[in-house]
Each structure stands twice: as C-alpha cells, then as structure tokens.
Design a protein around this ligand. Sequence first.
Ligand SMILES: Nc1ncnc2c1ncn2[C@@H]1O[C@H](COP(=O)(O)OP(=O)(O)O)[C@@H](O)[C@H]1O
Ligand SMILES: N[C@@H](CCC(=O)OP(=O)(O)O)C(=O)O
Length: 379
Amino acid sequence: MMASEQAPGRDALAGARRVVVKIGSALLTNDGRGLDEAAIGGWVDQIAELHRRGIEVVLVSSGAVAAGMVRLGWQARPSAVHALQAAAAVGQNVLTECYEGHFDRHGVLTAQILLTHDDLSNRKRYLNARSALRTLVELRVVPVVNENDTVVTDEIRFGDNDTLGALVANLLEADALIILTDQEGLFDADPRHNPEASLIPEARADDARLTAMAGGGGALGRGGMATKVRAARLAARSGTVTAIASGRQPDVLTRLAEGERLGTLLRPEQAPIAARKRWLAGQLQVRGRLTLDAGAVTVLRERGSSLLPVGVKALSGGFVRGDMVECVDEQGQRIAKGLINYGADDAARILGKPSHQIESLLGYMEAPELIHRDNLVVI
Ligand SMILES: Nc1ncnc2c1ncn2[C@@H]1O[C@H](COP(=O)(O)OP(=O)(O)O)[C@@H](O)[C@H]1O
Ligand SMILES: N[C@@H](CCC(=O)OP(=O)(O)O)C(=O)O
C-alpha cells in the first residue's frame, strides 16, 4: 500500500502494490464469436509478470455470457433473463478453464469469485468477501472475479463490470484499477462516432466535464465510457487511481505498471489514506459502542494499532459482525470508529481477554483483533 499523503498520479501506478485489472466484454470476445484465447493468453502473461514483481493482482473478467452463447451454439444474445443466466453458467466454466490453463503455464494459481450486489452491500457479506479476497491475494493466488450472472436479476445486477471492478478496488483498497477496453482510453467524445475526438491523458476522477464526454458502449460491451468514468469516481473513494487503456496495446499492463503514459489516468482528489478512511467513516451507521482502557486509547491514537479484545472494558448495542461501532474512552469521549469482527454476544465473551484465548472461549477465531486497523478510523 502506498503511504504517500500526496494525491496520486502516474507514479501511483508505478508504485502500486495491489492492482485490480478489469477486462471488458468488448475486448475479450472475438466479435461475439467467443473468447479471444490468444489475447487472453497475452494478458495473463503480463499479469504473471506483475505477479513475479510482487504486485498483487485481482482480475475482474467479463465474457461469461458471450462464451456460453458460443458453447450453446446460439447466434444472437438472448433477451430472456433465464436464457442469459443459462449462458452465463455455461460460459463461466469456459472462462475459468481458459484463465486457469493460461495461468498454469506460469505456475500461478487462480480462484473463481462470483459476486452479487448483496455481497458488497450487506455488511457481513462485505467483510466475508473482503477476507476471502485478502486471504487469496496473500496466498499469491490470482482471484478471477465476475458478477454471479446466473443468480442475479435485472433489479439487483451491477450489469457492467466497470462498477464491479471499482467496488472490488474499494473492497481491497487497491492502489490502482486498470480498465482494459477496445479504445485507447477516454476521448473527449466517442471515437466511434467522432473521428476528430482526442484522447484525455489525465484528469481528476471527479471532474464533472468527463460525464458529458463519456458515452455508452458498443454492441458487446455494456456500459461504455460512462460506466468507466463512474467506476473511476467510485474507486477514488478509497484513494485508488484508475487507468483506462486499450487491451490491444502490446504489454499494456506492464508498461502502465512502469508509469508509462498510456491511455487515460483518472486520479482521486485525495491522498489514498485520507480518502480510504473518509470513505469508511462515511459508509455505515454506528450500531454499538466499545469502552476502551487507557492503554488501548494510546496505541490506537499514537501507533495506529488494531483494537484487541484485551483493551476493551465494556460494550453496548446489538451489533453483528461487520457493523460499524464507535470506540470511546472511559470518560465517554469518542476515540475511533470501525468495523467489528465479532457480533455483540461473542465480543462480550472475549472482552478483556488476550487474543490467544479467543478460540477456546468461542470455539472459533474469526481474527485476533476486534477491529483491524485497516477498518478503523481514529477520530
Ligand atoms: N468518450 C469516449 N471515449 C472512448 N470511448 C467511448 C467514449 N464514449 C463512448 N465510448 C465507447 O465505449 C466503448 C467501450 O465500452 P464498452 O463497449 O462498454 O466496452 P467494455 O466491454 O470494454 O466495457 C468504446 O468502444 C466506445 O465506442
Ligand atoms: N458479467 C457479464 C459481463 C458484463 C459486461 O459485459 O460488462 P462490461 O465488460 O463492463 O461491458 C459476463 O460475464 O458476461
């Protein structure tokens, strides 16, 4: 993670330790004829190279519906929801197999993660998805994420994977989100309809003028540039920079990771840490309260440590795992807010106890800390 207090620019890509790469349908599918296996092999080679350099990569890949259609021998994209769901179910297998085969050439393990809107909006599931993804990247596995198209309905779908990519970047507090598409980047007008359009090399993600420039998608893609600009804004909430670039540029990922000026860079207005913490603080309603002893107050304030059960004297509220709770000192003064790893009943049983006793007290251990420092905002 970058510790810089400067709002990041191109250098953020060069210094990125954790990157979400999103590959869109327009690029992945051979004009709707199925997956472009050779191109996929090329992106996998680059991701494996980043991986070798110690960069953690999470891949968000579209293409399930298109690949499923080909396997099922369907010529036209169906409109009925259940038919799309069936195509996605068949195609997701094809997609997974394709990535696995290519990553295997590099000895890199992959994992399939299918998410729905609920997984990211429900607090408990949000934390679960986050722990699973974090564990995978720590194990040096490359998670391959897509929307769980087989179970989502129109009302609850993300629809485009740009939004999903941004939410995954928030979830992992990624340094960068790289969106690969079929254009060189964001132009000041849709280049499909305006041959004179020119590329925007860099802008602030929250620049209101971008919305007017970004149009809808092509025949295969879903969101076009409009959803990419919106995704950059979402990503910026956790201090993540977004690059939009052409997946057809040779070595696009490794070149971007070296800070080369390719495509469009949309940067957050705030330094990553400040943005991340503000995002966390603004996110959720407070559901409970923990009273900390003086030692815990000091380590939270002065060392930015995680909150361990041993430093908590009392609690109140009917919170569940993943809820936001506030932390106060013994005089009732607010010290911090954060996402708690244990529900109120279990938290009550481990208060004041050293973390190595959690397992014997509860019969399981979710985490050694009550609130991890990444989920904690000191006020
Ligand atoms: N201002 C713009 N600059 C670049 N491309 C644009 C712009 N407005 C709309 N587009 C369209 O967005 C398309 C890429 O989005 P989309 O089709 O959704 O692809 P993907 O599947 O990669 O997400 C481009 O092919 C282009 O026609
Ligand atoms: N989840 C869908 C893809 C959604 C989609 O096409 O998104 P995008 O690549 O952003 O235009 C699939 O795998 O077919």
